[in-house]
Design a binder for this molecule. Sequence first.
Ligand code: FEO
Length: 183
Amino acid sequence: MNHNRLSSRMAEGLNSQITREAHASQIYLSYASWADAQGYKGIANFLFRHAQEERNHMMKFLEYILERGAEVKIEPIPGPGDNPKNVNNCFEKVFEQEVGNTESIYKLVRLSFDEQDWATWNFLQWFVKEQVEEETLALDLLDKIKIAGGPDAKNDALYTLDRDLEKMPDEAKLAQDATTDNP
Ligand code: FEO
């Protein structure tokens, strides 16, 4: 009996997402290394932690494919691209990266809907929510750099921003998750 519960198109899409999340992790690793080399230890630390988060996303897709009896295909990971030009550019690139990933997740959701693969549709809802958090986090970074002066941010503003990011949580707090006890 065939135990594969994913269509070939669905398995292909989920496998590409494994590579995409691994690629995101490489991007964060490269930006983190760049930030560290510029002396921004707090920004680097934040980006290194985020690289690990992307690896966790990758593993979630991988484990789901295995759970559904389909074949996992590990593909080469594309390079991370150029280093950011400055902190402002770094955060802009982070935001673009997250929006691109959201679009990729939405394509998978659409495919699962078209195929009436409700198990995969349900699995993907975690990522739909996660991407709202990831985009919120990226927008927070853009807000912070804008306040610090954008591309013209001065050293003292960048110093404060760097120190703040050291302590910034990895996950954004969403309004819909707020409770009375945990506002
Ligand atoms: Fe895996 Fe930043 O999304």
